[in-house]
Design a protein around this ligand. Structure first.
Ligand code: SDX
Length: 427
């Protein structure tokens, strides 16, 4: 019987004339296989150099698949379009973490567990309220997430499945409460307790916008649109903040500390902070007829077109398409956002302009999301906080997968040292 040859990469080191065969597995070679390539026995072998990990796989994952050229996004094999249309965010969170959509019993138990953990210890409230009301809500919520470590010392038992399960539930359950508290604090409003009678997004809206003791009834269209937005933001394979979650988690730090680090990574304007920057950009442009001048400014390299471009998508981000459709439904309730026509004109011009076409720059998840958030009444500085609320389920799924992966260890990359050679300290 013909033996199947395992694929391999044959390389010749011109320095020695030696030939090496590097096994190819999953379209990758093991970087450690380069260590054998030496000029002599003193040599420690070759490394791979990949600043910003442009072409490096850091893990094997079964959670999210992206085809950047075709604009495809799958969560555990399901197309994001179908999940956004047919499933609730909490069902998608369960799918990301456990690998399959929950059946009725599983979902009921999952939803009840989440509802049981919506409340947050008042100590976190006191801590958040001690921070300046003027602080951006992202550092406020990063502090609050880290603060949960103080209240749950058992969370450091990351190798215990029951502890992991409880902390995953705690973080997904408490993020809307922490986010709403960050908003209420910034508006000098008293915190609103979670209401387990409402849906995940309905409860979040109530904690944001409830006035006094009058029970808040979320608008179903807005509740549904926010649920879709949360699904679209739930996971996105090895993005910057998820890599931070995995790297911090690799030291066996507790999940609250790792999630605080992930949220910190998300807060940057190149990543999750872009949705806030898009609204600032649209306001700065101010009108449709000034879009051309802004595009010129971008093409001169003065600034990036916020909400455009992506490391992986070299086609239209499928999430941006769904968000654009969801915006229409929200605007039917709230009235359209005047900035929408500027955004549409910006997209139209950019998609026809050689500068953007050549660089395969398309709208990403952040280009339209802020227009919906603003129409719902959420202030610009809260946009990235909402991204963090939704992405918590992805961070938890990726963190759990990392801990269960026998090939993973503590993250500790090497470097190319270009510094000074050995020298003595002068007397
Ligand atoms: C998210 O990784 C993820 O999956 C992230 C995310 C998720 O769900 O987790 O999808 C969420 O972070 C979306 C991205 C949000 N960020 C922005 O919208 C900020 C604006 N975008 C850029 O900063 C940029 O596109 C990045 C950071 C998103 C991607 O940067 P890359 O992959 O490092 O791209 P690059 O800098 O190598 O760009 C290649 C070229 C460069 O031009 P040249 O040097 O070839 O002349 O494209 C240019 C860049 O200058 N370019 C842009 C641009 N993005 C890239 N030019 C103008 N406007 C832009 N937005």
């Amino acid at each position: 019987m013909k033996t199947i040859q395992k694929p391999k990469l044959s390389v010749v080191d011109d320095r020695t004339g030696k030939k090496y065969e590097l096994p190819i597995e999953n379209r990758s070679i093991w970087a450690v296989d380069l260590k054998q390539i030496k000029v002599d026995e003193e040599d420690r072998g070759l490394y791979s150099y990949d600043p910003a990990f442009l072409n490096t796989t850091s893990c094997k994952s079964s959670i999210t698949f992206i085809d950047g050229e075709k604009g495809i996004l799958l969560y555990r094999g399901y197309p994001i379009e179908q999940l956004a249309e047919k499933k609730k965010y909490l069902e998608v969170a369960y799918l990301l973490i456990y690998g399959d959509l929950p059946n009725r019993r599983q979902y009921t138990e999952w939803d009840e567990e989440i509802k049981r953990h919506l409340r947050v210890n008042p100590a976190i409230n006191y801590m958040m309220w001690a921070l300046p009301k003027t602080s951006h809500p992202m550092p406020t919520i990063i502090s609050a997430i880290a603060g949960l470590s103080c209240l749950n010392p058992e969370a450091k038992n990351v190798t215990d499945p029951d502890t992991r399960q409880l902390e995953i539930i705690r973080l997904i359950a408490k993020m809307p409460t922490l986010a709403a508290w960050a908003y209420r604090h910034s508006r000098d409003l008293p915190p609103v307790d979670p209401d387990p009678e409402l849906s995940y997004t309905g409860n979040f809206l109530a904690m944001l916008f409830q006035e006094g003791n009058k029970k808040y009834q979320p608008n179903p269209a807005i509740e549904k649109a926010l649920d879709i937005l949360f699904t679209l933001h739930a996971d996105h394979e090895q993005n910057c903040s998820t890599t931070a979650m995995r790297v911090i988690g690799s030291s066996h730090a507790d999940p609250f500390a790792a999630a605080a680090g992930a949220a910190a990574g998300l807060s940057g304007p190149r990543h999750g902070g872009a949705n806030e920057e898009v609204l600032k950009m649209l306001r700065k442009i101010g009108s449709k007829d000034r879009v051309g001048a802004h595009i010129k400014h971008v093409k001169e390299g003065e600034e990036k077109l916020m909400g455009f471009g992506h490391r992986v998508y070299k086609n239209y981000d499928p999430r941006a398409k769904i968000i654009k459709e969801a915006a229409t439904k929200v605007f039917e309730v709230t009235g359209t956002n005047p900035l929408l026509e500027i955004a549409i004109e910006l997209e139209r011009i950019a998609l026809e302009d050689e500068y953007f076409v050549k660089r395969k720059l398309y709208p990403n998840v952040d280009f339209y999301s802020g227009l919906i958030y603003e129409a719902i009444g959420i202030p610009t500085e809260m946009f990235t906080v909402l991204f963090a609320v939704a992405r918590m389920s992805g961070w938890m799924a990726q963190w759990r997968e990392f801990l269960l992966d026998p090939e993973q260890k503590i993250a500790r990359p090497r470097q190319i040292y270009l510094g000074r050679g050995l020298r003595s300290v002068p007397d």
